[in-house]
Design a protein. Structure first.
Length: 305
């Protein structure tokens, strides 16, 4: 068992005295959090919380553990920071796994140009896992998709990218000028994993239903194999790939809202956030929320390009 991680979860629940609020703060679902607290109790051989339908209270053992747990977590955080400074400053970055490689390269190059003494370390992480990683200090800043419900996070400027529909070249709609969402009736839909992008997942499906498209089946993943095979359609930025057609959606009802997110503000974090805004506008064709969109062609498939 990762004792430090479980103690970090315990500290958050002890502060909130509410498993639901603690789960939101940690960016995870409530059942896994409850299971991890139970695992910690089993490891220590004591009950840490008295749970009832109305309230959660610390037991005597829980109250004794709180101070020690906070000190352990703080010491581990200080140790990590010490090691990081010993190796030079590293900014740990979370990016969506389907963010185009060219955009990631532009982010790294743009940040390095203004911050030569800071090494950028990107990791591919979906939004929900980034929220947890930010809470645990595993990453310093992330590029996340909205909507997000995560108290304690700070966000950079929100950018918007209208999404078109990607479908097989042999699909009859591939010859259309614009596609209405209702025209997709009967087709399966490919989306990012629901556990990884819960806000985007819910908002997209709600918009589909509002415009008359209820997918026959929703598949989860980041690749375009199902689309290429004609087994599903997906939403995304325009791509130029053999066998796949991109068509704009009438009225641009589907969009991707993106921003940076962080918990602890440093010069490196704010510097990266500014670079991210410029890069996503230039490389991914995103615009400020509420501004007219500019469509952009990417060479790599993905929900972000």
């Amino acid at each position: 068992m990762d004792l430090v991680r479980h103690l970090r979860y315990f500290c958050v629940v002890a502060e909130e005295l509410h498993f639901g609020n603690a789960a939101i703060r940690l960016g995870m679902a409530q059942p896994p959090l409850s299971q991890r607290i139970k695992r910690l109790e089993e490891e220590l051989g004591v009950r840490l919380f008295d749970r009832s339908a109305r309230q959660v209270r610390l037991t005597e053992a829980g109250r004794l553990l709180v101070g020690e747990a906070r000190e352990i977590v703080a010491r581990v955080d200080r140790l990590r920071e010490l090691v990081r400074h010993g190796e030079g400053t590293v900014l740990k970055l979370g990016v969506p796994p389907d963010l185009a490689a060219a955009v990631i390269a532009a982010l790294v190059a743009g940040f390095r140009a203004g911050n030569p003494d800071v090494r950028l370390a990107p990791a591919e992480i979906w939004t929900a896992d980034q929220v947890t990683a930010l809470a645990e200090g595993a990453i310093d800043v992330g590029i996340v998709r909205h909507p997000i419900n995560a108290p304690g996070l700070r966000y950079g400027q929100v950018l918007v990218q209208p999404q078109g529909v990607l479908l097989a070249e042999g699909d009859p709609l591939a010859q259309a000028g614009e596609v209405h969402l209702a025209d997709l009736a009967g087709r399966d839909l490919l989306m990012p994993p629901k556990d990884g992008e819960p806000g985007l997942h819910a908002a997209t499906l709600a918009e589909c239903r509002r415009h008359g498209y209820v997918p026959a089946q929703v598949h989860q993943g980041a690749g375009l194999g199902l689309v290429l095979a004609g087994a599903a359609v997906t939403f995304g930025a325009r791509v130029d790939l053999p066998g796949i057609a991109w068509r704009p959606l009438l009225g641009s009802p589907i969009s991707c809202r993106v921003s940076t997110a962080w918990r602890v503000e440093t010069d490196a974090v704010t510097g990266f956030s500014a670079v991210a805004v410029r890069t996503l506008k230039e490389s991914a064709g995103m615009t400020d929320e509420g501004a007219p969109a500019v469509r952009h062609i990417s060479r790599r498939p993905g929900m972000l390009a």
